[in-house]
Design a protein. Structure first.
Length: 472
């Protein structure tokens, strides 16, 4: 027998022995290393847990709630996380030449520094783009509504907040930036979706390969926030009796400063957006009695509007009244239910029409009675009143429109319109504002008649401004 033949026999025996050994291991199912899949059974990361999640549009928007946050963080020991919808790249720069995306990068830094003054380090930026208009639908479209909502639902599930604070989802006079409204819309939608097993389910599916780098599903848990409150800075005070209020003049026991003073020190970090005004007031010790609008914005009392609570709580009760620390079961929003009209009708168009649909869908019908249909218009510019006319009949109808306008306005002629059967018809009434500011509300009344009968009347009140006004 040759030496080579002997080597072949030995090699075959060795291979057979290895195969036999592996087969025995398979039969005994003796896995020496634990299955990484059980990592899905670990509790959520406690470092991300928040009691309050603040959702705003731009770095510096959080200023409206800074005095309240200082109270909750420093003296009530609440955990806070903040979400900015954009980087704020569409505004002006009070400090340097940087604009657009470069300034957005600066404002992101300023935002982190400002909330970091309270020790808040869990901060996220959505992928929205700073959009200048008064129409929330413009902002939602430009931001990428679905994408930003997915991102925000993920953050709610990661941070597991009891309370969400955000902008009022409504059209009001004042600094009526549609991005602010968009933040409120997204926060409300995320409030209602984060606990829904059918919403963005890839986020809450157990991670398929948690022991590998390519874990394609996310392993989060559904989460139902318990309360949502809104805030805003309209021209006219709409907050009386609408929610809890907190004085910014109260002194923090832990810091021996007023909460307004702490908020001013936070705002000072937003140098591109007027923060130097706060620095000067702090250095001159005039924060408490300053007439500077930037200082007053940062130090005004905290007035919240009650959105909804899924735990027992009165409208003006403290923000944390009724909160269950361990969370509550998912409670679905009522959803939108369209009522088919049996007769022709006219109603205000978007964005006002959108909000009536939105409020019903999210169980916020009480918001409809807080702010009348109103808008701010710059002197000499155009007011547009959008209309939706419904024809539920099987035949064509003719609708005559009439407009009652204040003195000094030039209103386009409202011609009669013919509307096809079973059709929604869109019409816009336009009026040119006077070149000089008129005091008080400018009231418009639009009426529609069909077949000699009134089918609807719309009232819009307008505030004229000589200052900066976002395009309608």
């Amino acid at each position: 027998m040759s030496i080579s033949f002997v080597r072949v026999i030995v090699l075959c025996a060795t291979v057979l022995g290895v195969l036999s050994s592996n087969a025995a291991i398979g039969q005994n199912a003796d896995i020496s290393e634990p299955d990484g899949y059980i990592a899905n059974d670990r509790p959520p990361d406690p470092r991300l847990k928040a009691d309050i999640l603040v959702v705003v549009a731009h770095p510096d928007d959080e200023t409206l709630v800074d005095a309240y946050l200082a109270r909750e963080v420093f003296d009530e020991h609440k955990r806070v996380a903040v979400v900015f919808g954009t980087h704020g790249e569409g505004s002006i720069n009070d400090v340097g030449p940087e604009q657009a995306m470069a300034m957005g990068n600066i404002r992101e830094t300023e935002g982190r520094q400002a909330v970091g003054y309270l020790g808040i380090t869990n901060v996220w930026f959505l992928t929205g783009r700073d959009t200048l208009s008064q129409n929330v639908l413009n902002s939602l479209g430009h931001w990428g509504h679905g994408s930003c909502l997915e991102q925000l639902v993920r953050i709610v599930r990661m941070t597991r907040p009891s309370v969400i604070l955000t902008f009022l989802p409504d059209f009001t006079t004042g600094e009526n930036h549609a991005d602010h409204q968009a933040a409120g819309v997204l926060a409300t939608e995320a409030f209602d979706l984060a606990g829904d097993l059918s919403a963005f389910s890839e986020q809450i599916s157990p991670a398929s390969n948690p022991d590998k780098n390519m874990s394609l599903t996310e392993g989060l848990r559904p989460w139902q926030p318990e309360k949502i409150y809104y805030f805003y800075n309209p021209t006219h005070d709409i907050f009386a009796g609408q929610g809890p209020q907190y004085s910014s003049k109260d002194i923090s026991p832990s810091h021996r400063l007023s909460y307004g003073r702490i908020a001013a020190e936070m705002y000072a970090h937003h140098r591109t957006q007027g923060g130097d005004h706060l620095t000067r007031a702090i250095e001159s010790n005039t924060v408490e009695n300053s007439e500077d609008p930037y200082v007053q914005l940062a130090t005004e009392d905290m007035k919240l509007i009650f959105g909804k609570s899924l735990v027992p709580s009165g409208v003006t009760d403290d923000v944390f009244t009724g909160v269950v620390p361990g969370g509550i079961p998912f409670q679905p929003a009522p959803g939108f239910s369209r009522v088919t009209a049996s007769n022709p009708s006219v109603r205000i168009g978007d964005p006002w029409n959108y909000y009536h649909i939105f409020w019903q869908a999210h169980g916020l019908d009480h918001l409809a009675s807080i702010v009348p249909t109103e808008v701010t218009v710059k002197v000499g510019s155009i007011l547009a009143i959008p209309l939706i006319i419904e024809n539920p009949f099987d035949t064509v109808i003719d609708v005559k429109l009439s407009v009652e306008a204040p003195d000094g306005w030039r209103v386009e002629r409202a011609n009669a319109v013919s509307i096809a059967p079973h059709t929604r018809y869109f019409k816009r009434i336009q009026a040119t504002a006077p070149e000089n500011k008129l005091t008080g509300w400018q009231n418009f009344i639009v009426s529609a008649q069909c077949g000699g009968q009134n089918i609807g009347t719309i009232s819009v009140r307008v505030e004229l401004s000589t200052g900066w006004v976002a395009p309608q």
